[in-house]
Design a protein around this ligand. Structure first.
Ligand code: UDP
Ligand code: MN
Length: 254
């Protein structure tokens, strides 16, 4: 049978949340043998996400954990100041490890884990590239780090360095969207997790360090020559008119 792809997605309440989740879920619906672990950055499960998932048609697990206030980005902070979604990804890993321990049979340990932010753009081909990951597979990510793309550079079938605009000396100068990890490796390394205090650009490294070395990385997407995922970001919608109506007492409350 096909190895299961476990997709861990942090998400948080904002105007575009339902739009992002709609787009992502409708991509995931096209992927066979996939389980979505959606983790709300919230002290409780919200009705919006609960209802959304119930109608999604996907196999899913709904989790939540709030980012501690001192780690959360405040209004006006530049987006690079603190890592986003670290606690939520760790909560997804915690659930996955516990759930897999409870499952019987050799198949239950076969699979791959991918961290998919709710606002990126994913090609269906990407999921088939990652499905047979042995340890950690890698590929290019488009529109990230102030570049058209970042990518691992492959020579003789091995990753020898990284094409990145910024601090290539990081242990793993990869975007979150640029790698997947085998379930086996996640289960064999119970302590591997994301460090929410990691300095900018080191969140991915904090997880991958200790799991894998550069020469063990499995290059996908045609030796990392194809972009199959894009680090797109959604513009924050302006609510000027909405606010004007509200001030006149004419706002809608739906
Ligand atoms: N996120 C979150 N809580 C926050 C901000 C972001 O759970 O306070 C999630 C977000 O929904 C996304 C991931 O964390 O799935 C990465 O956030 P974002 O896309 O804003 O990061 P960037 O694109 O700037 O790296
Ligand atoms: Mn994003």
């Amino acid at each position: 049978s096909l190895p299961t792809i476990f997709v861990i997605t942090p998400t948080y309440a904002r105007l575009v949340q339902k739009a992002e989740l709609t787009r992502l879920s409708q991509t995931l619906l096209h992927v066979p043998q996939l389980h979505w672990i959606l983790v709300e950055d919230s002290p409780h499960k919200t009705p919006l996400v609960t209802d959304f998932l119930a109608k999604s048609g996907l196999s899913y697990t709904h989790l939540h954990t709030p980012t501690p206030k001192d780690r959360k980005l405040q209004e006006g902070d530049p987006s690079w100041l603190k890592p986003r979604g670290a606690e939520q990804r760790n909560e997804g890993l915690r659930w996955l490890r516990e759930d897999r321990r409870a499952q019987q049979g050799a198949d239950s340990q076969q699979g791959v884990v991918y961290f998919a932010d709710d606002d990126n753009t994913y090609s269906l081909q990407l999921f088939e590239e990652m499905r047979n990951t042995q340890r950690v597979s890698v590929w290019p990510v488009g529109l990230v780090g102030g570049m058209r793309y970042e990518r691992p550079v492959v020579e003789g079938g091995k990753v020898v360095r990284f094409h990145t605009g910024w601090r290539p000396s990081r242990p793993f100068p990869l975007d979150m969207a640029g790698f997947a990890v085998s379930l086996r490796l996640v289960l064999d390394n119970q302590d591997a997790c994301f460090d929410g205090d990691a300095p900018m650009g080191f969140l991915e490294s904090s997880f991958l360090q200790g799991l894998v070395t550069m020469d063990e990385l499995e290059p996908k997407a045609d030796n990392c020559s194809k972009v199959l995922v894009w680090h797109t970001r959604t513009e924050k919608p302006k609510m000027k008119r909405e606010e004007a109506l509200q001030a006149q007492g004419l706002g809608s409350d739906t």
